[in-house]
Design a protein around this ligand. Structure first.
Ligand code: 13P
Length: 253
């Protein structure tokens, strides 16, 4: 089963106009030179940079995504952004259910599923994030937690063409620590099985599952070579053009 590798940068709450535009331009220019023509590059800047990033990557192969959305198309939701607005702006992707939103904004699986369904209906592809905390890992609950998150936060209308799963162990985000390659493969294979139960075998075989959490040039090759790892969701290392592109060059042939 060939699944197109996705190298996605989640910029989080980083970037003012000048450095954000420079970063987007840098990624676009390097992506043109990149030897790998068969993987997707995606940048997910903060909302404030989406319009300028869109201009900066124009004409390149780099795709644009946002980091969150509301589940309504429009209306009285002060401070929120709808999937339709993101689509209108030229986004192809949106991330939902990142652990930072699950924690900082108390987002539930149910809410995340609603956001994901709304984004799909607006014509966006959705990256749904899941992953266990350190305490859950230590208690041997990684697979149980990921299973519950998939069952609860992946909407019924999800298919391999409109949803990507990102497995991000919470304890690995921004810490420099990662699970071993064997642990990553075990969890990804388990996630694929759960997707199979929920959405059928065909979707499970085709759906991309990204790894996220301290992915960097030095560990990308080993992680991206794993059979059930179909790309990366990269935080810190996506803020440096050279690091982000080096991860892109490390993906499997
Ligand atoms: P880091 O790559 O900084 O660990 O962040 C991962 C992440 O949360 C991407 O969504």
């Amino acid at each position: 089963m060939v699944r197109k590798t996705l190298i996605a940068g989640n910029w989080k709450m980083n970037g003012l106009l000048e450095d954000g535009i420079a970063l987007a331009k840098g990624v676009a220019a390097e992506a043109k030179k990149a030897a790998r023509k068969d993987c997707e590059f995606l940048i997910c800047p903060p909302f404030t940079l989406l319009t300028s990033a869109k201009k900066a990557i124009k004409g390149s192969r780099v795709l644009l995504g946002a980091q969150d959305c509301h589940f309504d198309g429009k209306g009285a939701h002060t401070g929120d952004i709808s999937p339709l607005m993101l689509k209108d702006l030229g986004c192809q992707y949106v991330i939902v259910g990142h652990s930072e939103r699950r924690t900082d904004h108390h987002e539930s699986n149910e809410l995340i599923a609603k956001k994901a369904a709304a984004a799909i209906n607006a014509g966006l592809k959705v990256i749904i994030c899941i992953g266990e905390t350190e305490a859950e890992k230590d208690a041997g609950k990684t697979i149980d937690v990921c299973t519950a998150q998939i069952m609860g936060s992946v909407p019924e209308i999800a298919t391999a063409s409109n949803v990507v799963i990102a497995y991000e162990p919470v304890w690995a985000i921004g810490t420099g620590r990662t699970p071993t390659a064997a642990e990553v493969e075990e969890v990804h294979a388990a996630i694929r099985k759960v997707i199979g139960k929920k959405l059928g075998r065909a979707n499970a075989n085709k759906m991309r599952i990204l790894y996220g959490g301290s992915m960097k040039p030095s560990n990308a090759k080993e992680l991206l070579a794993l059979p059930d790892v179909d790309g990366g969701l990269i935080g810190g290392a996506s803020l440096k053009v050279a690091d982000f592109m080096a991860i892109g060059e490390a993906c499997k042939q």
